[in-house]
Design a protein around this ligand. Structure first.
Ligand code: FAD
Length: 261
């Protein structure tokens, strides 16, 4: 089983600050981490590799410093890593990002499963996994909370949806996006840390992936950030105390606009 896990380096904060003039996230001064959701995808991949044999390859597209998350993934137990980094990749939207990641999967060849996290904690779109599947023309199973079975031809997983769970069987190769319900990620091991320090991580650029300039980075991005703002917060809530019946009546009246009548 050859599994690729796409991981992203993200700012270590849930409160991403926004440069409203440039329409970009402010990354300066914020330490970077491996996107927390990607740890579950990585653990799931390693769990099945340990059971069925095979390899787990981690890939990321980002600036040279994104290599740090690949080394972290190696220290947790991934077998190999590829960094996709090139000036031409800068400014990529989710379409260009996933197209570039998909080309790397094609270049690796004979991959059975691509796993991604549910979403990145900075961009938050949850589009990259499904878009990799579209670019590869592979099936996709999103929001996977549990992988029940994998054999050489298929995968059966539980897909958590609002109010329930769907059990989906898909043929391989497939892209799955993994929820944090799936597992408990392992910690880096001493052996893993030693390997992470020494391993050579290949860097693939636009020429390695044989991609034209108009399919990567800003030039290859059909979306444009027109405006980006921090949502307004409202703090004028009211707190009422009293008996449940009285409070329920108050709430219903307030929802119906009968307050004070
Ligand atoms: C016009 C435009 C310009 C942009 N310019 C920049 C820019 O200059 N620099 C920048 O950092 N961002 C930029 N972005 C944001 C960038 O497009 C997104 O961060 C990226 O496409 C991933 O989307 P997301 O963060 O919503 O991830 P999601 O789709 O929420 O991520 C889901 C999963 O996909 C995988 N994944 C996501 N991104 C990557 C990645 N890069 N490598 C490997 N796996 C990944 C992870 O497993 C992740 O859990 C730009 C966006 C737009 C629209």
């Amino acid at each position: 089983m050859r599994i690729v896990v796409a991981v992203k380096q993200v700012p270590d904060t849930a409160e991403v600050r926004i440069d409203e003039e440039r329409g970009t996230l402010i990354r300066e001064g914020v330490p970077s981490i491996l996107n927390p959701f990607d740890e579950y995808a990585l653990e799931e991949a390693m769990k099945w590799r340990d059971e069925l044999g095979g390899t787990v390859t981690v890939i990321t597209m980002g600036p040279p410093q994104a290599e740090a998350v690949l080394r972290e993934a190696i220290s947790m137990g991934a077998d190999e890593a590829i960094l996709l980094s090139d000036r031409a990749f800068a400014g990529a939207d989710t379409w260009a990002t996933s197209h570039t990641l998909a080309k790397a999967v094609e270049k690796l060849g004979d991959i059975d499963i691509v796993m991604t996290g549910k979403q990145a904690i900075d961009g938050d779109t949850a589009q990259t996994g499904p878009s990799i599947a579209a670019s590869l023309d592979w099936p996709q199973v999103t929001f996977v909370g549990k992988v029940l079975e994998i054999d050489e031809n298929s995968i059966i997983s539980e897909r958590y949806v609002e109010g329930g769970c769907e059990i989906i069987k898909s043929s391989l190769p497939v892209v799955i996006t993994v929820l944090k319900d799936a597992n408990t990620p392992r910690l880096p091991s001493l052996r893993g840390k030693m390997k992470a320090r020494k391993i050579e991580i290949p860097v693939w650029g636009i020429e390695d992936l044989k991609l034209p300039e108009n399919e990567v980075g800003l030039d290859g991005s059909p979306t444009r950030v027109v405006k980006i703002t921090t949502p307004e917060t409202f703090s004028d809530g009211e707190i009422h105390h009293g008996e449940p019946e009285e409070l329920a009546r108050l709430m219903v009246d307030s929802l119906l606009g009968k307050e004070g009548r």
